[in-house]
Design a protein around this ligand. Sequence first.
Ligand SMILES: Cc1cc2nc3c(=O)[nH]c(=O)nc-3n(C[C@H](O)[C@H](O)[C@H](O)COP(=O)(O)O)c2cc1C
Length: 196
Amino acid sequence: MGSIQLTHHFRPVALEHASRLINHGPTVLVTSAAGDRRNVMAAAWSMPVEFTPPRIAVVIDKSTFTKELIAASGAFGLCLPGTALADLTYAVGNQSGRTVDKFTLHGIVARTGPVLGVPLIETGCAAWLECRLIREPHAEEAYDTCFAEVVAAAADERIFANGHWQFRDDNVELQTIHHLGGGNFVRAGGVLCAQP
Ligand SMILES: Cc1cc2nc3c(=O)[nH]c(=O)nc-3n(C[C@H](O)[C@H](O)[C@H](O)COP(=O)(O)O)c2cc1C
């Protein structure tokens, strides 16, 4: 990951820790690109399926433009919006990128993924994962579920450090959001520490 050019507070996340980034089920922004097209959509249904190598699954409806781009490129990004991006997350989850470039429309600044070149969002996000699609035609067709291996990851050091989330009063804007339905979200942050 030496070639990663990170902005602001983003730092590389070791791949053995990458699955922890979505262990708590955050709503994500799925980013994609193919040819001269790029896109971003919201997805509430993502999860880790393996720690090493880090593998994830995400439900991406086959009717979406996102799915079309991922099928063409074999790659996508998962970006974890903080509370500051709740409105944007809802907006890109309710419009299609087929007829509009949502990055331009919403003024979203994207950087280029270090391994696969997918667009990745850092401003307002807590973390991102760059993912290589593991082609599983049956799962994609029957369940709209895409499996992928995480090939690079990074997180804002103010909220994810030393391989762990740090939800605190001073980083509320970066805390992940979780969709309850109908545009209502709950943010992570009510941390409970189980006692052994
Ligand atoms: C909060 C939220 C969560 C969503 N979660 C998912 C999801 O997990 N999987 C999915 O296929 N669509 C999900 N959607 C719907 C897509 O984001 C939506 O269909 C989007 O317009 C697709 O954009 P595209 O055609 O540009 O790819 C969600 C929408 C919202 C607002």
